[in-house]
Design a protein around this ligand. Structure first.
Ligand code: BGC
Length: 766
């Protein structure tokens, strides 16, 4: 038997080697074909045409800066443009592509990009919300559907995923990422790249991903937008860089450089970042585009005039200039003056052309131009069904005192709050093509789900904000807050009267779509005051109070936590908002989301994150304690820790069973817990694995997420959940930035969130 086993293994191994060799030979010959094609094309190109490929313009549909490009049509014909972004629709895109392919001298096709961040026409929850689903399959599927819809509208490039780690909820763009954890952020990054790029970027329904913002944009000082980043190398490598690296490993075709400086050198002109790290260390083969006018902004950073910074950025490894035309207008002069070489320009041009080749645009520049698909494949019933499903999975039940939720499908509810009967705020930040008018409001969703079985009384209760500064800065592009002109007190009184007539109050409150996202940093991360006044008045009625919370970041919710019966965090849920919310409120779906960013008690605790260091004087939570690492006016711990989220049912964890407690080298540790559903509802639980390394050559984080499994359990059902742990999970960057593990004791923790785990200790030697 043993002999057959070994023959079988040899055959398997040979098949594996042959398949691998065949695949890698195929990749090599593909690459050789591409090199020949691009070299021959470049052989025909003038200097001007090469520089033209480095120029990305917008014709102004969706812009995030003051400058937009003029004379786009003429520039296409001249070969002065490599790509266009901020546009969509086969009508526009086919015309622009035709101009390039028929009217430019070398017929080089354009790439067409857009900020497709959480869906294209069918809008899914904001990325921070999607990440709270802990369902990588759904997350990948969201990108696949977005790619299908985007390509159906002529696009071939999306400015997504945003993989910036963020630990400061004052920063508005936390909404666009997957939260604070490097390991989890890496899994989400991979899933999104796979979803966008599909099986092959050549396919008509695949787009090229653009990973942003490289790098460390989420580390902005004080959470203030575009602000300085100063960070130790260990922290960068350990905590902030992994998701970008994961996206490279997943084959992402392009990267976007960020606005911020990194230890004094702006990312967009940072040779260490764009060349040494990204290309030489990580082996990235695609191209790098700047963020919106980020090249020009190097001047404000103090690096010189436009010609100087353009030369510097090109040499640093930037290949394409978004909007600012710095490359277009200065590189020729810089070449003459010896400030850049032809090889520098050629390198960037080759990378852009290679991207077009990988997208299959030289074979068929119109591969995604298909008006039938534009009609059939966009905003379909199936896509909306999926939007409802992923929205439900993204919601996090933050609080549920005495089973306030789920609601009965009978009786009377008072539905109040400025976000309850509202379409314009359902989609969240960064929605270019989605139509808010086609989203489902909460009021509509509740009617759809419970029909006439529930008596719904509605009162608006307050405006989103009455703060004139917040109001002026939160609505862009001519959008406006939908305001009720009645005095605040009158609206509150009406809501209180409505509440008194009901069995339960559902208050739909929180941030508007544009209170988070780009250029939306906040110093106060409470629910806006007008709505808190409403909540306080509602709480006084003594009726059970359910808060349905819209937010693009963790908010400070200490008052709400004390006074509400239940808090359901729905982020900004997208097109199917109301239906998904109603499904969860009435128990058609049992919430299973868990937060991927810590919710602080107070803005003063920020930055706050679960995987912090211990300090030399750690505070054990038992006060008062002088000369410990704590605050004298607030506890250290979060209001809701990373990984936290409740369910309508309850789960019990057994202790951890280990297959061994002493290991050597590349052995595998199997850590198992039994999880039992001890409540009345079927439910899903995200079982999380953390590991800590108490003694090492550097001070390690108190614990780190290393795995998770999402399981479904019927009432009374138990399941064993086993994690296979190898030394891969023990590795970290040491003082010399070597990624390795060090022998000794490790504490395995498995549990329901980062601060509620079972623990077991093992010794692991080399
Ligand atoms: C943002 C990017 C975005 C770009 C193009 C910038 O302001 O930082 O995330 O992709 O605009 O719209």
């Amino acid at each position: 038997m043993k002999k057959y086993n070994s023959i079988f293994k040899t055959i398997l191994f040979t098949v594996f080697v042959l398949t691998f060799c065949h695949a890698s030979a195929q990749t090599k010959s593909e690459e050789a074909k591409m090199n020949t094609y691009v070299a021959s094309l470049m052989g025909k190109m003038t200097l001007e045409e090469k520089i033209g490929q480095l120029n990305l313009v917008t014709s102004g549909v969706a812009t995030t800066g003051a400058v937009v490009n003029k004379g786009v049509e003429e520039s296409i014909k001249k070969g002065d443009i490599g790509g266009i972004f901020g546009v969509y629709g086969t009508n526009y895109i086919s015309k622009a592509q035709e101009l390039a392919v028929k009217n430019s001298r070398l017929h080089i096709p354009l790439i067409f990009g857009l900020d497709v961040i959480h869906g294209h026409k069918t809008i899914f929850p904001i990325p921070l919300g999607m990440s709270a689903s802990w369902d990588l399959g759904l997350i990948e599927q969201s990108a696949r559907i977005a790619a299908k819809e985007a390509t159906a509208e002529g696009l071939n490039w999306v400015f997504s995923p945003m993989v910036d780690i963020a630990r400061d909820p004052r920063w508005g763009r936390m909404s666009e990422g997957a939260g604070e954890d490097p390991w989890y952020g890496s899994q989400v990054a991979k899933a999104l790249v796979k979803g966008y790029q599909g099986k092959s970027m050549k396919d008509a329904d695949a787009v090229m991903a653009c990973v942003k913002h490289f790098a460390l944009y989420g580390g902005a000082e004080a959470g203030r937008e575009y602000n300085t980043v100063d960070m130790s190398l260990i922290k960068m490598y350990q905590d902030y860089l992994p998701p970008y690296k994961a996206a490279v490993d997943a084959g992402a075709g392009s990267f976007m450089s960020s606005f911020n400086t990194i230890n004094g050198v702006p990312a967009t002109g940072n040779q260490w970042l764009l060349t040494d790290l990204l290309r030489k260390q990580w082996g990235f083969k695609g191209f790098v585009v700047s963020d919106y006018t980020a090249l020009n902004e190097l001047t404000n950073h103090g690096l010189g005039d436009l010609q100087t910074v353009s030369a510097l950025a090109l040499k640093a490894g930037l290949d394409m200039d978004m909007v600012g035309e710095g490359f277009l207008t200065t590189l020729k002069k810089s070449l003459k003056e010896g400030k850049v070489s032809l090889a520098d320009i050629d390198l960037a041009c080759r990378r852009v052309l290679e991207a077009k080749y990988k997208l299959g645009l030289f074979d068929n520049p119109y591969k995604s131009i298909n008006p039938d698909r534009e009609k059939q494949d966009v905003f379909t019933d199936d896509n909306r069904k999926f939007a409802r499903q992923i929205a439900e999975h993204s919601f996090v039940l933050l609080k549920n005192k005495a089973q306030t939720l789920p609601l009965q499908k009978s009786g009377t509810i008072a539905l109040v709050g400025p976000l309850a009967d509202n379409h314009s705020e359902m989609l969240g930040t960064w929605v270019v093509a989605g139509d808010p008018a086609k989203s489902v409001s909460v009021l509509e969703g509740i009617k759809n789900v419970v029909g006439n079985n529930v008596n719904i009384l509605y009162a608006r209760g307050s405006n989103i904000t009455d703060d004139s500064l917040l109001n002026a800065r939160s609505w862009f592009y001519g959008m406006q807050q939908i305001k009720d002109s009645r005095p605040a007190q009158e609206m509150i009184d009406e809501a209180v009267e409505t509440a008194k007539k009901a069995d339960v109050v559902v208050a739909v409150v929180g941030e508007s779509a544009n209170m988070s996202g780009e250029s939306s940093s906040r110093s106060d991360i409470n629910i806006p005051e007008s709505q808190r006044d409403l909540l306080k008045a509602l709480a006084k009625t003594g009726k059970p109070l359910v808060i349905v919370l819209f937010n693009g970041r963790p908010l400070t919710l200490t008052w709400e936590d004390t006074h509400a019966g239940a808090i359901l965090d729905v982020w900004a849920p997208g097109t199917e908002a109301g239906n998904a919310i109603a499904d969860v409120l009435f128990g058609n779906y049992n919430p299973s989301g868990k937060i991927t960013a810590t919710f602080p008690r107070s803005v003063g605790q920020i930055p706050i994150y679960y995987n912090h260091k211990n300090t030399g004087r750690p505070f054990d939570g038992k006060g008062p304690a002088k000369f410990k690492s704590d605050y004298i006016d607030i506890s250290n711990d979060a209001l809701y820790p990373f990984g936290y989220g409740l369910s309508y049912t309850t789960f019990k964890y057994s202790g951890i069973k280990l297959n061994k407690t002493a290991l050597k080298g590349n052995e595998t540790l199997k850590a198992t817990v039994t999880v039992t559903n001890t409540g009345k509802y079927a439910g899903e639980e995200v079982v999380q694995l953390y590991i800590s390394d108490p003694v090492a050559s550097i001070s390690r984080s108190v614990t780190e997420l290393k795995g998770f499994q999402k399981i479904t359990l019927q009432p009374g059902e138990s399941k064993d959940v086993t994690f296979n742990i190898t030394t891969k999970e023990l590795e970290f960057y040491n003082n010399r930035l070597v990624y390795d593990w060090e022998p000794g004791e490790f504490i395995v923790q498995i549990g329901t969130n980062s601060s509620d785990t079972r623990t077991a200790s093992v010794q692991w030697l080399k």
